[in-house]
Design a binder for this molecule. Structure first.
Ligand code: TRP
Length: 333
């Protein structure tokens, strides 16, 4: 039986962080043997809000690929490729644009939030505004069944499936709807400052590549309960980032529960809890960091992986585009 297909990806605007790890990287690693997995490095999508800084992309494509290999993505089973090097993605985006209305895009919650965050105001670039359509092309060109992503990407998959239905009913039913795969508890890892989301631009991220010292410093600076001033004071668990992280990363749930009770009663200091989290995260990230350092010694190997992945992606892309042009009656002569 043919394996089902995963298409997923990231914008190469920086190194990947723990939010990426819990959001989708761990799912990708766990599923790579069961599915045929394509991982797209979304440089075109990154350009939609970095048009004046294309020079950041090349280095970040390498960084992101290093992060993939470091967490355990196996290039022998997963296909890592670069969006801009598969022009069929751009072609399909252009066809899809006719199937989406302006108000529908304006309603996309992810785009709405990002437009606010990035302070575009009414000066939002057209390319940025339509990037959900390009993302729909990413997913459908590979006929993906499953898309492992963080929760903030759910509206993208919903919009993709609308486009699939519209295309299939307008032309011929060649595309399949995709299912989003979000982390188990559908939660979102907060930043170390307690903000709802970890992000590079928010300056509150723990990177997979952070060295042991940086990691420890970040953990020690984490947001806890601002009213928990003295060790003997009772402390709050809700909104306490250190405990939120323990819920995500500690495998010894019993100890975490005891710590929570102790903390709420009073008598357990922040430093102790942070030290416990530090132990756990050091253990998680050490092998990842070491693998990353190992792969970083040979950048030409990394380039070869991405080059080979892109070649493979192009084959699938050109097959689907032939079907698309036929369905749309664009195969004139
Ligand atoms: N939008 C995703 C992000 O911001 C990146 C992305 C581009 C993607 N195309 C995709 C994710 C297709 C999943 C599927 O990180």
């Amino acid at each position: 039986m043919q394996k089902k297909i995963i298409l997923t990806g990231d914008r190469p605007t920086g190194k990947l962080h723990l939010g990426h790890y819990v959001g989708s990287l761990s799912n990708r690693v766990n599923l790579q043997d069961k599915y045929e997995q394509f991982i797209l490095i979304a440089d075109l999508q990154a350009l939609t809000d970095n048009a004046e800084r294309p020079e950041i992309l090349k280095q970040n494509i390498i960084e992101v690929t290093l992060d993939y290999l470091a967490v355990g993505i196996d290039p022998k089973v997963s296909t890592i490729f670069i969006q801009s090097q598969v022009p069929e993605l751009t072609e399909l985006t252009f066809y899809f644009m006719n199937l989406v209305t302006v108000p529908r895009l304006q309603r996309n919650p992810t785009v709405k939030t990002e437009i606010k965050q990035k302070n575009f105001g009414s000066g939002v670039p057209v390319g940025f505004f339509v990037y959900p359509i390009s993302q729909a092309a990413d997913i459908t060109l590979f006929k993906a069944n499953l898309v492992p992503v963080g929760v903030d990407q759910l509206p993208m998959i919903e919009q993709t499936n609308e486009i699939v239905r519209k295309f299939n009913s307008t032309y011929e039913p060649i595309f399949v709807e995709a299912e989003a795969l979000v982390p188990k508890d559908a939660g979102r890892l907060p930043g170390i400052d307690g903000q709802a989301k970890m992000g590079k631009s928010l300056g509150n991220a723990i990177y997979l590549s952070d060295d042991a010292d940086t990691l420890q410093k970040k953990i020690m600076s984490m947001f806890t309960d601002p009213t928990h001033l003295k060790v003997e004071d009772p402390g709050k668990i809700e909104g306490n980032t250190v405990f939120t992280y323990l819920d995500y990363f500690a495998s010894d749930k019993k100890t975490v529960m005891e710590m929570k009770e102790h903390y709420q009663k009073g008598g357990l200091g922040d430093v102790k809890v942070k030290k416990y989290l530090n132990e756990i995260l050091q253990e998680l990230l050490k092998p990842i960091r070491e693998r990353r350092q190992h792969f970083a010694k040979d950048i030409s190997y990394i380039e070869n992986i991405v080059r080979a992945g892109t070649e493979k992606a192009k084959i699938k892309a050109s097959q689907t585009m032939q079907e698309v042009r036929k369905a749309m009656k664009l195969n004139y002569f």
